[in-house]
Design a protein around this ligand. Structure first.
Ligand SMILES: O=C(O)CCC(=O)C(=O)O
Length: 286
């Protein structure tokens, strides 16, 4: 098996002093999530929201069930990048996982996602396993009516379910069947959800294997601004379980979100662009 990774030195990231108490670390270990205050400046949040606004579809409130998320806005909106490399978030993740955290993807949402329950280990895993986390930041107050995050405390201790566990062939075309199996699992185990009704500037850190998704937004006149950053951790190999067979991991070569604003993006080349177009059309690529 061969995999390669972006060997960018990780020490370039600035980290705050370790912000978490023993109780917070124990809470994360027991429940698989933790809410922390990021201490964000109001002007910073306002600037981020203003700049990211132009990336969203204009009709998102009139058409609130259409997908409106923007992936990797950090490439063009520096506040999104700054939030992804926030020193307090990186330091908290390092305390929780015992390794330096490496941000590799951002998603910005202007409204609730209604994303069905899943654990991130179906999308992103590592060897050794479990070195992945999400940090979901509320960019406005979240309550029961603007589509909070929905998650199942303690579910991170369940097995890391793969496509093979549910008798599914790897591939995005079978992802909806994975979601159906996860829903059945939740019902069989009588798991009870909690909701991320957190305040603007707070973050919910989730363990890669925590079952989570987006609760329905019952008030469709509202927004639900948020940003999630996905992190791997140093000294691992990274792969996509959804596209993997048990004997053939689909390796990833993440591009770590840069520590500073003066970065060069990798030249992905014509082949990679063609592959991406093919995948978006549902055509399988090697
Ligand atoms: O923001 C949400 O509603 C869900 C996000 C989510 O499930 C994810 O990013 O994995």
């Amino acid at each position: 098996m061969k995999a390669s990774g972006n060997q960018r030195p990780t020490m370039a990231y600035k980290k705050s002093a370790p912000p978490l108490t023993e109780e917070q670390i124990a809470h994360f270990d027991t429940h698989g999530y933790l809410v922390i205050d990021l201490g964000l400046d109001e002007n910073f949040i306002a600037a981020l929201l203003t700049k990211v606004e132009s990336l969203y579809p204009d009709d998102r409130l009139q058409n609130p069930t259409a997908p409106a998320r923007v992936q990797d806005a950090w490439k063009t909106v520096d506040e999104v990048r700054q939030l992804a490399v926030l020193p307090i978030a990186l330091a908290a993740l390092e305390q929780l996982f015992g390794r330096a955290a490496l941000p590799f993807q951002t998603l910005n949402f202007p409204i609730g996602t209604r994303q069905l329950t899943h654990s991130d280990t179906i999308h992103f895993n590592s060897i050794p396993k479990g070195f992945m986390a999400g940090v979901w930041v509320a960019l406005e107050d979240i309550d029961g009516s603007n589509g909070p995050l929905q998650y199942y405390p303690g579910s991170h201790k369940l097995k890391e379910y793969t496509m093979q566990d549910f008798g599914l062939e790897p591939g995005y075309e079978n992802y909806r069947h994975y979601e159906t199996h996860i829903q059945a699992l939740i019902e069989a185990q009588a798991l009870t959800p909690e909701f991320g009704t957190i305040k603007r500037g707070q973050a919910l850190i989730w363990h890669a294997n925590l079952l989570h998704g987006g609760a329905a937004q019952t008030d469709l006149s509202r927004s639900r601004h948020s940003q999630v950053t996905h992190y791997y951790f140093e000294n691992c190999t990274y792969y996509t379980p959804m596209n993997s067979r048990s004997d053939k991991p689909h390796f990833r070569n993440p591009f770590w979100i840069p520590a500073t604003h003066d970065f060069d993006l990798p030249d992905v080349g014509r082949l990679a662009i063609l592959r991406r177009i093919a995948r978006s059309l549902g055509i399988k690529t090697a």
